[in-house]
Design a protein around this ligand. Structure first.
Ligand SMILES: Nc1nc2c(c(=O)[nH]1)N[C@H]1C(S)=C(S)[C@@H](COP(=O)(O)O)O[C@H]1N2
Ligand SMILES: [Mo]
Length: 524
């Protein structure tokens, strides 16, 4: 009675659509299950985080250069596009039988499980969301497929007169419509529910409820004249919301202060385990520190300043008793990121490296490492500023860190640099006297002078803002007289060691960029 030997075949559009819907449903269910276990075990995030770990360094550098702080959004969108394409393809391969699509969804599940197992922050339970997602996706796919296939097959039924055929086609279509809509709605509800639930599990409430440490000794007030914000430099203190952010975490680790512990071990006399309240009850100080990222290109934005409140790391190390031969403090974050900081820097009585719990009169924001992070004046963040820190191991430099394994340097003091903030590149401005302003930094050494020149002419010394301390940036400004036409403005800083910035341009890998920042402007 069925005279088409190959059997019914789904329309391309229907086949592609059910592939896409099944994938969306699977991810949404996975997201919901993850919200109940650990938000990071969501298949989407687990795969994304693992992808970040495996991304070759040049690609990572390219992503930071191209997308800046939106690099994570770019990754998530890119993943969504790839998954959608594969899902549609899986649907198209399944126009006769649901098997190919089911196999592809199963493979997605295997990838999710593998990624979850790879993540250092997920336990065995972390594979559950991916496994459930795979079953849910495969189930949704084969159900939608059978409904659609029946609808396709119906008109060929033996008992169908012309009217009956049209009727059942109609009915079949309706069934397809209703079932696809049901799966789409299910995906929406599961996805949204997962998102809401994982927010609820967040730490913002306990963060807001924290009282400031009672005994913190405040940093000296920032003097008048510490910035030239009125002529275009940043404000001296960077508001938390504007503070640059660089990390490998796709979703911000959520650690409640009451659950936080720091283990200090390795080459020490006494192993220590500290809780949040232990830390807060210690000698707490406030220090104004300018942080810089090694990925900051000449003229780049990855530099910010805050008042950090915390416990000097050297106090904690003294209590543990550092053994002879220990070279680095190997720090590990809750999400498995690692950094190595020289012991001599952390034990230096003249350098206030902190286990920070506060930032600009607030508990540390979640994105900046809540509840506790490291901040070390004078070193790039990747060798010193571990956020969500949970482990300090005293060891030798033989032990390799996250970025070292990716070709970055073992030691990385911040390089003396300067940047022109105003005028901006390719600005048009009136000819005549104009104010050029910017920032300079040489953390822990201090800025001695900044010079500016136009079109390779004589260097003119800029006026410096009031110094706050040598661990922070310094603002500068200078008046130039610009004739009508195009001009190239350049700046260079000299630090208190007598070093003047080299004009030689080197890239950010392995230990930070060098070169003079220049902007081209047109005076009219
Ligand atoms: N856990 C964790 N800590 C981290 C990183 C990271 O990826 N993960 N990135 C480091 C880098 S490269 C820098 S520059 C600083 C940035 O700190 P911020 O995001 O608070 O500005 O954090 C450091 N600490
Ligand atoms: Mo960085």
């Amino acid at each position: 009675m069925n005279d088409t030997p190959a059997g019914p075949v789904l329309r391309r559009s229907v086949a592609g659509l059910i592939g896409l819907l099944a994938a969306a449903f699977a991810l949404a269910v996975g997201h919901l299950v993850a919200a109940l276990i650990q938000p990071n075990s969501s298949p989407y995030l687990a795969v994304g985080n693992t992808a970040i770990d495996f991304t070759p360094e040049p690609v990572k550098a390219f992503a930071i250069r191209t997308f800046g702080e939106s690099d994570k959004v770019a990754l998530l969108v890119g993943m969504a596009v790839v998954i959608a394409l594969v899902a549609v393809l899986a649907g198209l391969l399944s126009r006769r039988s649901p098997r190919p699509g089911t196999v592809v969804i199963g493979l997605f599940g295997v990838i999710g499980v593998a990624a979850a197992l790879w993540r250092p922050d997920l336990g065995v339970l972390g594979v559950l969301p991916s496994a459930v997602a795979a079953f849910a996706g495969a189930g949704a796919f084969s159900w939608l497929h059978s409904v659609a296939l029946r609808a396709t097959a119906a008109p060929n039924g033996a008992d169908s007169g012309p009217d009956a055929g049209e009727d059942s086609t109609h009915q079949g279509r309706r069934r397809v419509l209703v079932s696809t809509a049901a799966v789409a709605a299910g995906a929406g509800v599961a996805g949204l529910g997962g998102q809401l639930l994982s927010r609820q599990g967040g730490v913002e409430a306990s963060r807001q409820a924290l009282a400031p440490p009672r005994n913190a000794r405040p940093a000296p007030k920032i003097p008048q004249g510490a910035d030239f914000a009125r002529v275009g430099t940043p404000t001296f203190i960077t508001p938390n919301a504007d503070f640059y952010r660089i990390d490998t975490a796709l979703s911000v680790p959520q650690i409640r202060p009451e659950d936080w512990q720091l283990r200090v071990h390795g080459m020490v006399d006494r192993e220590l385990t500290l809780g949040y309240e232990d830390l807060k009850a210690r000698n707490v100080v406030e220090r104004t520190i300018t942080m810089t990222c090694v990925s900051n290109e000449v003229g780049g934005p990855y530099i910010s300043t805050a008042n950090f409140v915390g416990v000097p790391i050297r106090d904690v190390l003294a209590e543990a008793g550092v053994r002879a031969g220990a070279e680095q403090v190997f720090s590990t974050s809750e999400d498995g990121y690692t950094a190595g900081t020289p012991v001599e820097v952390l034990t230096d009585p003249n350098r206030d490296a902190l286990l920070a719990i506060g930032m600009n009169d607030e508990p540390l924001p979640a994105q900046h490492g809540f509840p506790v992070r490291m901040v070390v004046p004078g070193l790039y963040g990747f060798v010193s500023a571990t956020k969500w820190v949970v482990d300090l191991e005293l060891t030798t430099f033989d032990k390799q860190t996250y970025w070292e394994e990716r070709g970055w340097a073992e030691r990385a003091p911040i390089k003396t640099q300067s940047r022109i903030d105003s005028p901006g590149g390719f600005d048009q401005l009136p000819a005549g006297r104009t104010t050029v302003a910017g920032i300079a930094w040489a953390q822990h050494t201090g800025i001695d002078r900044v010079e500016v020149r136009a079109d390779g002419g004589p260097w003119q010394q800029a006026q410096l803002s009031t110094e706050v301390n040598t661990d922070t940036w310094r603002m500068w400004r200078v008046e130039l007289d610009l004739a009508p036409g195009g001009h190239t403005l350049e700046c260079r800083a000299t630090d208190r060691s007598g070093y003047t910035q080299t004009p030689e341009r080197v890239g950010v890998i392995p230990d930070g960029a060098t070169g003079w920042h220049s902007v081209f402007v047109t005076a009219t």
